[in-house]
Design a protein around this ligand. Structure first.
Ligand SMILES: Cc1cc2nc3c(=O)[nH]c(=O)nc-3n(C[C@H](O)[C@H](O)[C@H](O)COP(=O)(O)OP(=O)(O)OC[C@H]3O[C@@H](n4cnc5c(N)ncnc54)[C@H](O)[C@@H]3O)c2cc1C
Length: 408
């Protein structure tokens, strides 16, 4: 049986979070967009006390209760959509394990998951982040140059990571962690790339730049430099062994992380798109335009067709996203579906927000309203965790069963 309905538990959670997003997040969205780099501490503390790392921060955590179907990832996607409907920048800056937590979940041993993730349920809010991108390596994550060399009881990291979302929150504003991808053996290529956990105060680690951004301004995005940075030996996630230099064993950790995080970014995109869609619907209603769903397409006005097209694109993206999450929850390999969801959602949100401005004109361009902000917040979903083009490339490779050498 195919069932696209959410469980009652998720429906209730969705409705509760929607109220929260409407009452607590949306009202401060503009303020923290304008106060770029300043954190909404009241909201952060409230959310932390309510959830202890379980709002957006729940991302990457195992579901504790085992009754009923396992739906951690689907639940996180539903949460991400509701929260980013409130505001994407604020959602990203809420405390929790984030992408760093997802990497720990995907690559850590049971002991590491327990040891490293418990900080997110402690009394003080804290953040997790993930650092792959370097000045010379973005889409081609396999060409990472940051190195990790073992010295006795430590790993010594050298290199630079850029565009680390939440890096300052994790390493300066809290006792959080950043999962840093580095190579233990350059000659081994992808097989030598491993994840390392860097914590606040690690000697030789410094935050060198905070980006001023177009959108998601409430969140921090930083550059981190590692100069003979020493971290404990046990902070390598999974095995230090470079298993087979001809294979991509180490790199599989990166892929497993992306398989979990790409559907989350897709869900975040859908939340922003839905905010623009809802706003457009209300604005059109005020002009006396009601969308006539049951009407033949040749009798519709152009604006109605545009609106339905926006809605259909978001719904298609949502179904792809939920499928990718459902597969992950059921331990089915979802690499293709995660990329399809992200490609579709990243494209849908940029088109939907821009179309909304086109339909509403000044209402969409004025800083008095949030639509112009949603246009700015939309684009990042088509960039981070792999750009839209890269998702299309992965999708094509998977469908055609082509390797990297055949389709670059
Ligand atoms: C606000 C923000 C937050 C970020 N947060 C993080 C983070 O938390 N952690 C992290 O590690 N990184 C983060 N990033 C980095 C992000 O993941 C990279 O920017 C992204 O992967 C693209 O890499 P690049 O910018 O080097 O572009 P490039 O890889 O240089 O690509 C440039 C363009 O070429 C296209 N392209 C590249 N290769 C191909 C190909 N083979 N086929 C077709 N097209 C191709 C790309 O799609 C893109 O349009 C963030 C970026 C931003 C802007």
């Amino acid at each position: 049986m195919i069932d696209f309905e959410l469980s009652d538990k998720l429906k209730n959670l969705k409705s509760m979070l929607h109220q929260f997003a409407q009452g607590m997040i949306r009202p401060v969205a503009r303020e923290y967009d304008e106060k770029e780099h300043e954190k909404p501490w009241d909201l952060i503390n409230t959310v932390h006390q309510m959830t202890k790392g379980g709002a957006m921060g729940g991302m990457g955590r195992e579901e504790k209760k085992k009754e009923g179907p396992r739906e951690t990832n689907l639940m996180n996607a539903v949460m991400a959509e509701e929260m980013t409907w409130g505001d994407a920048g604020i959602t990203i800056v809420l405390p929790g394990p984030g992408l760093g937590g997802a990497a720990v979940q995907a690559t850590g041993t049971p002991e590491q998951k327990e040891r490293l993730l418990k900080r997110f349920s402690a009394d003080k809010p804290c953040w997790g982040a993930m650092a792959i991108t370097e000045p010379g390596c973005g889409s081609d994550t396999a060409s990472i140059t940051t190195t990790a060399v073992r010295e006795g009881d430590y790993w010594v990291l050298n290199g630079e990571k850029i565009f680390v979302t939440g890096g300052k929150s994790a390493l300066e504003d809290s006792d959080g962690l950043v999962v840093v991808w580095a190579t233990v053996d350059k000659k081994a290529g992808r097989a030598g790339i491993k994840p390392f956990v860097v914590e606040k105060g690690a000697p030789g680690m410094s935050i060198t730049k905070i980006e001023d951004k177009m959108g998601i301004k409430a969140s921090d995005t930083v550059s981190i430099v590692f100069e003979d940075c020493k971290i404990p030996y046990e902070n390598i996630l999974g095995s230090p062994e470079v298993i087979d230099k001809t294979k991509t064993a180490g790199f599989k950790g990166v892929m497993a992380t992306f398989d979990a995080t790409r559907p989350m970014v897709a869900a975040m995109a859908i939340g922003v798109g839905r905010a623009a869609l809802d706003y457009t619907r209300e604005a059109l209603k005020k002009e006396g335009i009601k969308i006539r769903y049951q009407t033949a397409s040749n009798k519709l006005m152009a604006v109605e067709r545009d609106f339905m097209d926006m809605e259909a694109n978001l719904q298609a993206a949502r179904l792809l996203t939920w499928r990718a999450c459902w597969m992950l929850d059921n331990k089915i390999h979802n690499n293709l579906e995660a990329s399809m969801a992200k490609a579709k959602a990243g494209l849908a949100v940029t088109r939907v927000t821009q179309k909304a401005v086109e339909l509403l004109g000044p209402l969409g361009y004025s800083r008095k309203y949030l639509l112009e902000k949603w246009v700015r917040d939309a684009k990042i979903n088509d960039i981070f965790e792999g750009t839209g083009q890269i998702q299309m490339l992965i999708t094509a490779r998977r469908i055609l069963d082509f390797g990297r050498d055949k389709l670059k």
